[in-house]
Write a protein that binds this ligand. Structure first.
Ligand code: SF4
Length: 471
């Protein structure tokens, strides 16, 4: 049994990350005539890890079950960014007990970020003995070996490594869409913002080599993919761990030159943002005019406690420069109720929202993550006060989100149609290049295409429109 260890997970050395070649690995068909179901929680990084695990399982002979209860293997790919994310997963683990009772042969696994937390693994061992397999973010590529061991021994297998981490090249991927794709450009994070568990769960910042990323992008382009999203916990730090001067701005330029129609990236930390990127954006129209730039707080005192390494003024300065890029839309993340946040601190956050008028924002109440420095900070803000602040903040965010959407009324904009809407099967749904969700009535044949759409109705969180006939 290998349990996680947060002290080891925090360690950083100067050693270059190892690249592990997973091309052409030998496969034993241990999943023949069996089915799997993966439930994914959290961010795009997790979604993309799931796409890789799906492909690994299908190479082993498993096929995907449509319904969780019918699968022979159920995996929960978890997120630990906030406590309520953990609680949701534990609720699901509780539900899995019934499935195990009905079918003792089912294999139940928990993986992803939560598995990297010491407290989570202890809780699993003490409270949820019906789980069969626990593995972390560093070893999902070993899924064939882990499954085989569990199938032979039929005992709970816990295999979680706490280390800086490697880079795996050549893992198969089962992409959700044919027309858009995620591309990891780096893994892990070395910023250690005081509230954040990610540097412990995902290891050190490690960048993929330029050649491997460009090969993947060119391959996607040749397969007809129209949109890629470059993924990293902090994409602007890309290359800082490599022994050359090739930085994110260079990578972005090279990817833009491939002429793939739409390029997105996330997430950006203002700390590493190279302002020369503004010129790159102005030069290449396939860089979509949207940047997610988390501010987290508008109070310099709180930003310092968070370890964010920028001031409110520096953020606003960068924000205003980015806004000189034509049609640029900027979204953000904001945490309220950080330990010790005073009313004055919160008012400063509101003032920044009023000044920047973000196109949209994800807002959260501070969530204490065991093992992080912020978890030990004195927190005398009442939860009720935090909830009131969140409501006040959300009202401001909604006002500016609606205002941002209203600009599009009666405009014709290009929309990449993703799918049929989950809420209404008569409606198609997709995104503008500015990352606005657009719903429309239309033929399913449009899925996977970029089409001109006239916006006829505007809501706070989405736009509604109709396809304009192309001549
Ligand atoms: S930069 Fe992002 S991922 Fe890294 S520690 Fe800060 S909040 Fe977490």
């Amino acid at each position: 049994m290998q349990k996680p260890n947060l002290t080891k997970a925090k360690k950083r050395t100067n050693e270059q990350s190892m690249i592990i070649d997973c091309f052409n690995r030998e496969i034993e068909k241990i999943g023949q005539n069996k089915t799997y179901f993966i439930k994914t929680y959290g961010c795009q990084m997790n979604e993309h890890d799931t796409e890789k695990m799906q492909a690994i399982l299908e190479n082993l002979g498993f096929s995907e079950a449509k319904i969780m209860e019918e699968a022979n293997l159920i995996l929960l790919n978890t997120c630990s960014i906030r406590e309520n994310a953990n609680n949701k997963v534990f609720g699901m683990v509780g539900r899995l007990k019934k499935i195990k009772e009905a079918n003792p042969n089912v294999i139940l696994g928990l993986c992803g970020c939560m598995a990297q937390e010491e407290v989570v693994v202890e809780k699993i061992l003490n409270t949820y003995p019906w789980l069969d397999l626990v593995f972390g973010t560093h070893n999902f590529s070993d899924l064939p070996k882990l499954l085989k061991t569990q199938m032979l021994n039929k005992e709970m297998l816990v295999e979680v490594y706490s280390k800086e981490g490697e880079i795996y090249e050549g893992l198969p991927v089962k992409r959700k869409y044919q027309h858009k794709a995620w591309v990891n450009i780096m893994y892990g994070c070395d910023k250690f913002c005081t509230y954040c568990i990610v540097p412990y769960t995902r290891g050190k910042q490690r960048s993929r080599l330029k050649k491997d990323i460009l090969n993947e992008v060119n391959d996607l382009k040749n397969k007809g993919v129209l949109e890629i999203t470059l993924l990293g916990q902090n994409v602007n730090a890309y290359g800082k761990d490599l022994k050359d001067d090739y930085a994110f701005i260079d990578l972005l330029t090279d990817i833009a030159k491939t002429n793939i129609p739409r390029i997105r990236f996330m997430t950006s930390h203002p700390w590493d943002f190279d302002e020369n990127m503004i010129d790159v954006f102005k030069k290449y129209s396939n860089l979509t005019p949207h940047i997610h730039l988390p501010i987290q707080s508008g109070s310099d005192r709180i930003l310092k406690l968070m370890g964010r390494n920028y001031t409110k003024e520096a953020y606003i300065n960068l924000y205003q420069k980015l806004k000189t890029i034509p049609n640029m839309h900027i979204s953000t993340d904001i945490i309220v109720g950080f330990p010790g946040e005073s009313d004055l601190d919160f008012q400063e956050t509101l003032a920044v929202v009023e000044k920047c008028q973000f196109d949209y924002a994800f807002t959260f109440i501070f969530s204490k993550r065991t093992g992080t420095p912020a978890a030990k900070m004195r927190d005398d803000v009442l939860f009720k006060t935090k909830q009131e602040r969140l409501q006040t903040l959300n009202r401001a965010i909604e006002k500016y989100c609606l205002k941002s959407n209203q600009k599009f009324l009666n405009q014709i904009i290009p929309v990449l149609i993703d799918d049929v809407s989950e809420k209404d099967k008569q409606v198609l749904t997709g995104y503008s290049n500015t990352m606005k969700r657009v719903n429309l009535k239309g033929d399913k044949k449009l899925i996977g295409q970029i089409v001109p759409v006239k916006i006829t109705e505007v809501k706070t969180w989405s736009l509604f429109g109709e396809v304009v006939e192309r001549n």
